[in-house]
Design a protein around this ligand. Structure first.
Ligand code: PLP
Length: 371
């Protein structure tokens, strides 16, 4: 927390706005919309809820197809299943670790030839890094398929001067406890389509028809953000830029200290993009270093250092068994390779210099000895 949260929480208590609506919710929505530069934002209970609403707004139904990045957290794709629709996964490419435009193009071509284009493409910006949005937008426009930009991990990042999360039809942010700013749990759906977001608010509050009696004609959800939590969000947004700077500094120091070790490669930052470096991620080439990611994770854990593998690709998950994944190139799945070799180092915005020194020292010991 930044220290200012209690002020906004107290406002909520003093005015008795203890509900999933109120002045903090309205203000937080306006502040996020202004910050990222869109017409409208809707505060919701989670990033997952925001993705679900976006799919509902795009009329995704049973047996519809939705394309989604494979290298991501399961929450990107779960809402596809909520709607009874069918996911198709798209591989990553090496320059951003995100959706491969090449694989996407092939998948859309196949879908077009089958006469069944997807209702939406969910593009994820992994660990803060934007996907190749120009290429992806242009391919999707060709087939007239809308994009949902899953920017849950990339709030504060930019792509060619534009805020991450504003390059598709809808953008999604998460304020879960692990994200760069948090409301403990929460999310935001953003768009320039004001009418669509009006409908999002309607769907997120049980889809109550405009009648005095309780009347409902369509399925609704209970997805709005609490006015107390929106207060937390307002104070957090004030320090977002500082958080981005902190995470980028952590990355820079890890990079300076470790980049020269043979077999180590840090997650790249695409030209004309700025990543919030939510997590510092890198790959370890076992053939060069003689050490696997698995053994590094274990060794760090013994030192009480919590590092993580990269997300397990969704097409490899038991939940999505049998779901097709379009690879980046015919004989290489980039996401599988990143999963085999990828590692996320401790990257909390409040990490001390000494803590980071300890991680760096361990990494050097683990890797140098065997080089
Ligand atoms: C965290 C996350 C989500 C889900 O956000 P919640 O607020 O936890 O529901 C979705 N997609 C990605 C890529 C995430 O990292």
């Amino acid at each position: 927390m930044s220290g200012n949260e209690m002020k906004y929480i107290s406002d909520a208590f003093e005015t008795n706005w203890i509900a999933p609506l109120g002045p903090n919710v309205d203000a937080f929505e306006k502040e996020i919309a202004t910050y990222v530069g869109v017409n409208e934002a809707v505060a919701v209970s989670s990033g997952t809820a925001a993705i679900h609403l976006a799919l509902s707004l795009l009329d995704v139904k049973r047996a519809d197809k939705v394309f989604c990045s494979t290298l991501t957290f399961v929450a990107s794709a779960n809402p596809i299943l909520y709607q009874g629709a069918e996911p198709v996964f798209i591989d990553s490419e090496p320059e951003t670790w995100n959706m491969s435009p090449q694989a996407l193009e092939k998948a859309l071509k196949d879908a077009f030839n089958d006469g069944k284009l997807p209702k939406a493409v969910i593009v994820v910006n992994l660990y803060g890094q934007s996907a190749k949005m120009d290429e992806i937008v242009s391919i999707c426009n060709q087939y007239d398929v809308p994009i949902i930009e899953d920017a849950a991990e990339s709030l504060g990042s930019t792509y060619k001067g534009k805020a991450s999360g504003t390059l598709g039809k809808f953008g999604v942010f998460s304020f879960n406890g692990n994200k760069i700013i948090t409301t403990s749990s929460g999310g935001m759906l953003v768009s320039n389509d004001v009418e669509a977001l009006k409908k999002a608010r309607f769907l997120a509050t049980q889809a109550k028809d405009p009648a005095l009696h309780y009347q409902h004609s369509t399925i609704g959800f209970n997805y709005r953000m609490s006015n107390i939590l929106a207060g937390v969000g307002r104070a957090q947004l004030e320090v977002l830029e500082k958080r981005v700077q902190a995470r980028r500094s952590l990355f820079d120091r890890y990079y300076q200290e470790l980049y020269f070790i043979p077999g180590i490669q840090f997650m790249p930052e695409l030209q004309q993009t700025q990543s919030n470096r939510w997590l510092t991620a890198l790959t370890i080439n076992e053939e060069v270093t003689g050490t696997s990611v698995h053994s590094i994770l274990n060794a760090l854990s013994e030192e009480n250092i919590e590092a993580r593998p990269v997300w397990k690709p969704l097409h490899m998950q038991p939940l999505f068994e049998g779901v097709k994944c379009y690879p980046h190139s015919e004989n290489m799945c980039v996401a599988e390779k990143l999963f085999d070799t990828g590692l996320c180092l401790p990257s909390g915005s409040n990490m001390t210099e000494e803590d980071q020194s300890r991680v760096i020292k361990c990494m050097k010991e683990l890797l140098k000895i065997k080089v």
